[in-house]
Design a protein around this ligand. Structure first.
Ligand code: ADP
Ligand code: MG
Length: 358
């Protein structure tokens, strides 16, 4: 187990990078404490696997340093870093039994037979693989093969970090849900530093205590799931997290107050920066539908179980609202109110308000 520090990491796959656009990772600084559960969350192509491969040593960064417990490991090859990495698709030995696959990383390190046996059974129980321990891996379904792959990552107890790169891609939806909560349990019982990479917000938010949100090779916010939901520091986090995501609405400053299509809007607190293009951010959960506020017309009403998602139009701008009350009907004229302490201002996509009295 180790604390992991990434210091000013940059990576370009091009031999002669000229502009920042040539970098898959632009400038990454991170400090992950020992024993934490972390997620790297971002859309496909934002640089998540590049970052993991730099941490594991499969890739050398163009510049910057990787440190374990304060020691520079940037130049160390993968086998000297003591890391377990689970990939998107199963990496197992098809001709071996499930037992031998799980035992392999331990036998490789000369662990005693009895200790191996205990650990293999322990991991197999956690992953519900006990019944197939003597089956040859080639006879298993893709789901079960991926479970072995995960088991091989979890079986050693001496690793600095266990990293999962979108490990549930090949798993069917029902089992996905189960394995997701299982991994969280495993983190609690194994207490290793774990880094979980995914483009799926539900996976990231259920697994991690702290989530790093990436976009186009950069970190846009690091926070707990609640922090990311409550107060996105960047509009990207606002609309990427949440279902539907945050409403990001055009805004302008008129005589020192902020307006959305000529309607004055009360914000969470004082404005610290109003330079650049302004937008208001308000989550659908905090848009109230009633008889006062901004006039709007209901365009669509969708029942999603306990809650209803409502699409309302203010002129031609769409505002989503979520309600647990009896919903309005399509075509109905209503008014929208934004809960002031949940209404943020963004300037050039970055948060521009402070929390507190105006
Ligand atoms: P993610 O894992 O978030 O989907 P990646 O780290 O795989 O993203 O990719 C980040 C960027 O780097 C993408 O633009 C991708 O096309 C590019 N990239 C990834 N691997 C290579 C490679 N081996 N050679 C060149 N470009 C690559
Ligand atoms: Mg990837």
């Amino acid at each position: 187990m180790a604390r992991i520090t990434l210091d000013n990491l940059k990576h370009s796959y091009s031999a002669n990078p000229v502009s920042m656009d040539d970098y898959a990772l632009k400038e990454i600084d991170l400090d992950w404490t020992d024993g934490g559960a972390y997620a790297l969350l971002g859309p496909s192509g934002c640089g998540k696997s590049t970052l993991l491969n730099i941490i594991s040593g499969l890739l050398n960064p163009t510049s910057g340093r990787v440190m374990f417990d304060g020691e520079d490991v940037t130049a160390l090859p993968p086998d000297k870093r003591n890391i377990a990495q689970v990939f998107q698709f199963p990496v197992i030995y098809d001709t071996m039994t499930v037992y031998d696959n799980l035992a392999f990383p331990l036998r490789n390190r000369g662990v005693e037979r009895e200790q191996i046996d205990n650990r293999v059974h322990e991991i197999a129980t956690m992953l519900e693989l006990t019944d197939s321990l003597s089956t040859r891996a080639s006879h298993l379904t893709p789901d079960n093969k991926q479970k072995i792959s995960m088991g091989r990552g979890l079986v050693r107890d001496d690793v600095n970090v266990i990293m999962f790169d979108e490990p549930l891609t090949v798993i069917d939806p029902e089992l996905k849900w189960k394995l997701r909560s299982k991994l969280k349990e495993l983190h609690q019982s194994i207490a290793s530093t774990m880094i979980y990479v995914t483009h799926d917000q539900t996976e990231a938010l259920t697994f991690a205590d702290q989530v790093v949100v990436m976009q186009e090779g950069e970190i846009v916010q690091i926070g707990t799931p609640i922090e990311l939901f409550e107060r996105p520091l960047h509009t990207f986090v606002g609309h990427f997290i949440g279902s539907p995501g945050m409403n990001i609405l055009p805004a302008e400053m008129v005589n020192g107050s902020v307006r959305f299509l000529d309607h004055p809007v009360e914000l969470e607190g004082p404005i610290k920066d109003s330079k650049g293009s302004l937008e208001i951010g308000i989550r659908p959960e905090y848009v109230r539908i009633g008889t006062k506020g901004i006039p709007a017309v209901i365009r669509k009403v969708a029942d999603i179980g306990r809650r209803t998602v409502i699409e309302a139009c203010v002129n031609d701008i769409l505002v989503n609202a979520i309600t647990e009350k009896v919903p309005p009907e399509t075509g109905q004229e209503v008014h929208l109110e934004f809960e002031p302490n949940q209404t943020r201002l963004y300037a050039d996509s970055w948060i521009a308000t402070e929390v507190g009295a105006q």
